[in-house]
Design a protein around this ligand. Structure first.
Ligand code: GLY
Length: 535
């Protein structure tokens, strides 16, 4: 087998499919612009969703990509496993080839089999596959094309062999290719009771896109049967580098070396999980910030904050008192910017956000850890009371999964229903307090505007400059037709790249201008969820 670096594997994959008449298409953004129901792009097919369903036409019928993906929240969520298994990531790249009504199962199987056995030189006797139990056609094609014996083709009837992007969208039966890393590792073949072990690792998933889920109980046929495949770049690189562990590849070893130097810790079997978490969570954070996602207390920003804080907790555990994440950024950018030049453009922002978040959080973390440790002796049945986990969340900014992660090593858990109850209680009291406090006249205007003009389209994930139509000017709580030099007023537009303050993240400042006037934005606030108000 060839020993290829991560960069080599990405390149070989794309050029193999280009040679086979596929168009190399750039990765789309992690924040999907074509699907408000999806938190993050979680697979290669997301940018082609509307092409599969026939809504959108492209001038090619075959494509190949290396797609940035985040799986931390939503249908595909790997966050809690990261650090503790050799194959899970929050951020990863998915290699894929796609047919939009062009080829179907036979060609997909042939292309995949030739790439891994001929180009990559993976020995055939190490490979086995799974098919959806009802998919006899795929079963026969594997026998015919790959020459696999029947006992190497596992029929699986569960959702493991039926792929869907989310609750709605294109979906279909799939066939997965497995590599046997050898009997020195625990684990059984796919479909067996110990399939979760590390011995048989899925390396490629070929989805035969046939349906579109249009409602919970309603599935229709796609206009034309299509193909979507997904192969984790980190996983296949590990295999080609002779290991079953993604974190043992050239790329991760480079990052882990820096984290070990910065935390002044030698890597041991007791602390390796922390180094892995740091390297993984740094990648996710950097790529998300590069697209303008900023840590906040809701939505995508909150997922980012959870990832960052989980990572930062691990650096703290390794004894690091100073922020380290931003110091690993240059190494990561050096590793990845050939394929992702947006990282270079965003480097100052990435550095600033990582440094500030880590500085702020380290104070809270130290205090929160003290409270947590003081209370551990009182824990019964290895279950941390929900109200204590809530206090850590509410006062010290510990997301629930962070507390769970800390307790994992101690084989303890959190009483999640107690946590939820405390959270619901807090929401109730906050609502009551809010009702009684605010300036009524001012509050009313936001309800009125929200009703009249709807919410603002937020463009700040993609752009820091954009055009928009001014929909309302507000002075002293009243809508006005004009404002003059020296006035302090608020402006609402149909869309904006300005980030609105919410949950402790400060609002953006800047300028809004046309040929005649200039409005200096000294603050941006988000009202009623999605009304962006520029002051
Ligand atoms: N869309 C194929 C996969 O994620 O496995």
């Amino acid at each position: 087998m060839d020993k290829k670096t991560l960069k080599d594997v990405r390149k070989s994959f794309l050029s193999y499919f280009a040679k086979n008449d596929h168009k190399i298409v750039d990765s789309s953004n992690l924040v999907p612009n074509n699907d408000p129901t999806l938190l993050f792009t979680n697979s290669g097919m997301v940018q082609f969703k509307n092409v599969f369903t026939g809504l959108e036409k492209r001038d090619y019928k075959r494509a190949t990509t290396s797609q940035k993906c985040v799986r931390a929240g939503g249908k595909h969520n790997d966050l809690e496993n990261v650090g503790y298994t050799p194959i899970h990531h929050t951020f990863f790249e998915m290699l894929g080839n796609f047919s939009f009504g062009d080829y179907f199962k036979d060609v997909a199987i042939e292309l995949a089999w030739n790439l891994i056995t001929k180009e990559f030189g993976i020995p055939k006797d190490k490979l086995s596959v799974s098919v959806f139990s009802e998919d006899k056609e795929a079963f026969n094609l594997w026998k015919k094309i790959a020459g696999l014996s029947e006992n190497k083709i596992y029929k699986i009837s569960t959702s493991d062999n039926f792929w869907s992007m989310g609750d709605l969208g294109p979906c279909g039966p799939c066939s997965e290719i497995f590599y046997d890393h050898g009997d020195h590792l625990k684990g059984g073949p796919p479909g067996s009771k110990d399939q979760t072990g590390n011995r048989f690792i899925e390396i490629w998933n070929l989805v035969f896109m046939q349906f579109e889920q249009i409602a919970k109980e309603e599935r229709i046929n796609l206009p034309k049967p299509s193909v979507d495949t997904g192969m984790g770049l980190e996983r296949i690189s590990a295999l080609l580098q002779g290991t079953h562990d993604n974190y043992e590849t050239d790329h991760f070893k480079t990052l882990i070396k820096v984290s070990s130097e910065l935390t002044k810790t030698k890597i041991t079997k007791d602390n390796i999980a922390s180094h892995r978490v740091i390297s993984d969570h740094l990648r996710a954070s950097v790529f998300l910030i590069a697209e303008g996602v900023l840590p906040s207390n809701e939505g995508r920003g909150y997922v980012l904050r959870r990832i960052m804080r989980r990572g930062m907790r691990h650096s703290h555990t390794l004894g690091s008192k100073e922020p380290i994440f931003y110091k690993i950024v240059p190494t990561l950018i050096h590793e990845m910017s050939d394929s992702y030049p947006e990282l270079i453009r965003a480097e100052p922002l990435i550095t600033e956000i990582l440094k500030t978040e880590e500085e702020k959080f380290s104070i809270l973390l130290a205090r929160g850890m003290r409270i947590l440790n003081d209370n551990l002796t009182k824990v019964k049945n290895n279950l941390l009371p929900g109200d204590l986990a809530f206090k850590l969340y509410d006062t010290y900014g510990f997301p629930l999964d962070l507390t769970q992660d800390i307790l994992k090593n101690k084989k303890m858990n959190v009483d999640v229903s107690g946590f939820d109850k405390a959270m619901a209680e807090r929401k109730k009291t906050t609502k009551l307090a809010w009702k009684g406090s605010g300036d009524e006249a001012v509050d009313k205007i936001w309800f009125y505007l929200r009703e009249k003009i709807g919410g603002t389209e937020f463009l700040g994930y993609e752009h820091n400059q954009s055009e928009g139509v001014v929909l309302s000017l507000i002075k002293k709580g009243k809508e006005v037709q004009e404002i003059n030099e020296g006035d302090e007023a608020d402006l609402v537009a149909n869309q904006t790249p300005f980030y609105g303050e919410s949950g402790g993240q400060v609002g953006d400042t800047g300028y809004i201008s046309n040929s005649k006037s200039n409005f200096q934005v000294i603050d941006t606030q988000k009202k009623l969820g999605d009304l962006y108000v520029h002051r």
